[in-house]
Design a protein around this ligand. Structure first.
Ligand code: PGA
Length: 248
């Protein structure tokens, strides 16, 4: 299986910058996609234009969020159905920035997963502990709590060609340059893979690592057998650094 690289641009790229990035690097992104699966997640407002740019390619476009509701009076929200209608293929859910700044609970995230599955959009489900939770040896408890409802849902409503994508992102690694020790990461990914293979035996499972991924640390991260790809924030904003991550 090819590695999956998800560029999470967050709110760091303006509409114009997002379009310019895609137009300027179109050919180079297409070449990279020969050996890697690439998903670009711009802000909502740039989705449709970027889908148009990549419409005849295998570069996929993802949203960074969606509403927990299907339709109705939810000012400012975007429904999974609308994302589907414009051709969005993936959607990040449960990112720690949404959990922390917008109070999203695992229940809310599970509702989003249901709507995404109903609309055949592949959820990229993010989980990760804080530094305090890590110091308190609560990593496995926290990750279990964050993921268990999503597992139940996916188990009960097969979706997205039976593919599950989970991104493990330690909160304290995001944007900080801090990466957990190799043995710690190996232990967590082994645990995660065993849990998911046991609970979702009929699924193709892809585990991503996220948090300060860079061209400097990615080769080491690629030695961890269970890692199938990367969720890249800061380093995906610059084509050269994103491209080096893919080609390392
Ligand atoms: P980072 O962000 O690569 O800038 O640490 C990753 C993420 O938040 O998905």
């Amino acid at each position: 299986m090819k590695y999956l690289y998800v560029a999470n641009w967050k709110m760091n790229m303006s509409f114009e910058k997002s379009i310019t990035f895609c137009a300027q690097n179109y050919n180079r992104l297409i070449s990279l996609s020969a050996t890697a699966d690439i998903v670009i997640c711009p802000s909502f407002i740039a989705l449709k234009s970027i889908i148009e740019i990549f419409k005849n390619s295998i570069i996929a476009i993802g949203a960074q969020n969606c509403s927990q509701y299907a339709i109705g009076p939810y000012t400012g929200e975007i429904a999974a159905q609308s994302l589907k209608e414009i051709g969005v293929a993936y959607c990040i859910v449960g990112h720690s920035e949404r959990r922390i700044h917008y109070g999203e609970t695992s229940e809310v995230i599970a509702k989003k997963v249901v709507l995404l599955c109903e609309n055949n959009i592949q959820p990229i489900i993010c989980i990760g502990e804080t530094e305090m939770e890590c110091n308190q040896q609560k990593i496995f408890t926290v990750l279990t709590q964050q993921i268990e409802q999503c597992i139940k849902i996916i188990h009960n409503m097969p979706c997205c060609a039976n593919r599950v994508i989970i991104a493990y992102e330690p909160v304290w690694s995001i944007g900080t340059g801090i990466i957990l020790k190799q043995e710690q990461l190996e232990k967590i990914f082994t645990w995660l893979a065993e849990l998911l293979y046991a609970q979702l035996p009929n699924y193709s499972i892809q585990l991503l690592y996220g948090g300060s991924v860079s061209s400097i640390n990615v080769s080491q991260l690629k030695t961890i057998r269970q890692i199938d790809g990367f969720l890249v924030g800061g380093a995906s904003l610059n084509f050269e650094s994103f491209s080096k991550i893919i080609t390392q």
